[in-house]
Design a protein around this ligand. Structure first.
Ligand code: PEP
Ligand code: MG
Length: 550
């Protein structure tokens, strides 16, 4: 940090934990190396390129030696790419015709890349690995840090301007203690992922771009602050808080007077089911199936989907597992569903709209869900994302019924679906309120833009009034209404949501303990009183203040 007087940065905290560690920054993507002729001797450029490639290969081999089996094979294959003699020849040719080492490496990899991409599906999947080796080799030629998620070889706090889904997918959970980003709102992909992994994060953090590698920081998600060079006392407070969290209450969700509120888990990949069970989840309230296919070039086949869904269902015998069909688009594009470039993807063909445009993909997915459900004892519910009109709910329910899936519901994440809550619920079996998107669309504030995070605050009374409409419609029709957006993971707001008529709360597993404890401290009547106070205000800050002060 340039200014030693700055001791603390503020942003939006994700989760309730805190962690201390040294900063490791995510280096930005490299620009294309200049095509200007080299001013050095060809021999010098060749030495730079040869050393760079040898260094990259050695580094990849060293990582392979430390990695698990699957990752080891990929890393070994990448090391072999860096050592390929045909590539070395192409680089030598480029340097002989006046290119810099970086440019010659860049061009040689491009030729190799095109050949791979043209060679068919399996090899095309290797293109991403090749691009990674190219980035590493070009960075080594230029003497700059390798772009992407850093690997300092010890636990660290990851600091980035922003994180893309592909970056977060490769995070080593044993190493990353906390995440700090300059961009990203409370409902951005980074925030969702940090919550899922139970990693404390501060997003939309002004000044994060000026944190230096190696600086020790304390990331306090509950307060939304990043303390630079924390004192011994501050570090000790983090350790004490961890010990208290470990001793939290367990059991099913209920208010102080025994009103049951199902506490469910949000998961993105089958492997996360284990942590959800360990945290005492009473089922899964949101299985984000698209998370398994963010890198897929082709639509997943039925058999592989059956295998993946079975893993989740088997973890919850007799319990509810709500499977959301693919929610592609905007921040989560899927190559096989979203092809057209759209001027405004969040308002474009996403969610159920893209599945209606590609019905074969939905058909295969519903068939896979039904087959996996038939092989296990879970109560499987299916749910459609981004439903704007009751007619869409009807259409989805009919598609689900064709596969024998009779518990079909919709997400309420577009204001029209909430405003028509009675009609929406009349058309389906249940509703689950996605407060992340509902906030985005109610307040016209892109959830990916950190600078707008104040407008994505789920405490906003405009959002709470929409939730009340759905809660009331649920009570009138006798159909369950849950919340599965990030709002459900805020312990005090969770009580307000229950007061608004919500009967289940679904969240990342690490948030369950705090929400369970908060519910146990409030009766249903108290939750209803808090809800009244919050909806009567005119800003998120006022709603939070009214509830905190009561
Ligand atoms: C939501 O929008 O609140 C939600 C739960 O869905 P996602 O975050 O995956 O868009
Ligand atoms: Mg959503």
């Amino acid at each position: 940090m340039a200014d030693p007087a700055v001791h603390q940065l503020t942003g939006v905290g994700i989760g309730r934990g805190a962690a201390v560690g040294p900063v490791a920054r995510m280096a930005p993507p490299l620009p294309e190396p200049t095509a200007e002729p080299s001013r050095r001797q060809a021999g010098e450029e060749l030495a730079v390129a040869t050393t760079a490639l040898a260094g990259v290969a050695a580094d990849l081999r060293a990582r392979a030696a430390r990695a698990g089996r699957e990752a080891r094979d990929v890393l070994e294959a990448q090391a072999m790419m860096a050592e390929d003699p045909a590539l070395a020849d192409a680089i030598q040719g480029g340097i002989a015709s006046g290119r810099t080492a970086a440019r010659a490496v860049y061009e040689a990899f491009s030729g190799y890349r095109e050949a791979l991409a043209a060679a068919g599906e399996y090899l095309a999947a290797r293109v991403a690995d090749l691009d990674d080796v190219r980035q590493r080799a070009v960075a080594a030629c230029l003497g700059v840090p390798v772009p992407g998620v850093p690997d300092p070889g010890h636990p660290y706090v990851l600091v980035a301007h922003d994180l893309a889904p592909a970056d977060t997918a490769t995070l080593d959970l044993d190493r990353v203690r906390a995440i700090v980003t300059a961009e990203g709102g409370p409902t951005s992909h980074t925030a969702v992922l940090a919550r899922t992994m139970g990693i404390p994060a501060v997003v939309a953090c002004a000044g994060a771009d000026r944190l230096d590698d190696g600086t020790t920081v304390l990331v306090d998600a509950a307060r939304g602050v990043v303390v630079i060079e924390p004192t011994e006392v501050e570090r000790a407070q983090v350790a004490a808080a961890k010990a208290t969290a470990a001793a939290a209450v367990v059991g099913p969700g209920r208010t102080a007077d025994g009103h049951a509120v199902a506490l469910l888990a949000n998961i993105g990949r089958p492997e996360e089911a284990t942590a959800a069970v360990a945290a005492g989840a009473e089922g899964v309230g949101l299985f984000r199936t698209e998370f398994g296919f963010l890198d897929a070039h082709n639509a997943p086949d039925e058999a592989s989907q059956v295998a993946s869904y079975r893993k989740v269902f088997e973890s919850f015998p007799g319990q509810r597992v709500v499977v959301r069909v693919l929610d592609a688009g905007a921040d989560k594009p899927l190559a096989f569903l979203n092809q057209a470039a759209e001027p405004n993807p969040a308002l474009g063909v996403r969610g159920l709209r893209s599945l209606r445009a590609t019905p074969a993909v939905l058909h295969t997915q519903l068939a896979a869900i039904a087959a996996a459900a038939a092989q296990t004892a879970a109560q499987v519910w299916v749910m459609a994302p981004m439903v704007a009109e009751p007619e869409e709910a009807e259409w989805f329910v009919a598609r689900a019924a064709e596969h024998g899936l009779d518990r079909a519901g919709v997400m309420v994440e577009v204001p029209s679906a909430a405003l028509l809550a009675n009609e929406t619920l009349a058309a389906c079996a249940f509703a689950s309120i996605g407060t992340n998107d509902l906030a985005q669309y109610t307040l016209a504030a892109d959830r990916q833009v950190g600078g707008l995070s104040a407008l994505q605050d789920p405490w906003h009374p405009a959002l709470l009034r929409l939730i009340r409409l759905v809660g009331t419609a649920g009570a009138r029709t006798g159909k369950p209404v849950g919340v599965c957006g990030e709002a459900a993971a805020d312990p005090l707001l969770a009580c307000v949501l229950v007061g608004l008529g919500v009967s289940s709360l679904s969240m990342a597993a690490p948030a369950l303990a705090d929400v369970r404890a908060a519910l146990a401290e409030h009766s249903l009547a108290e939750c209803q009183r808090l809800a009244e106070l919050a909806v009567a205000t005119s800003s998120a800050a006022a709603a939070r203040q009214a509830v905190l002060a009561s």
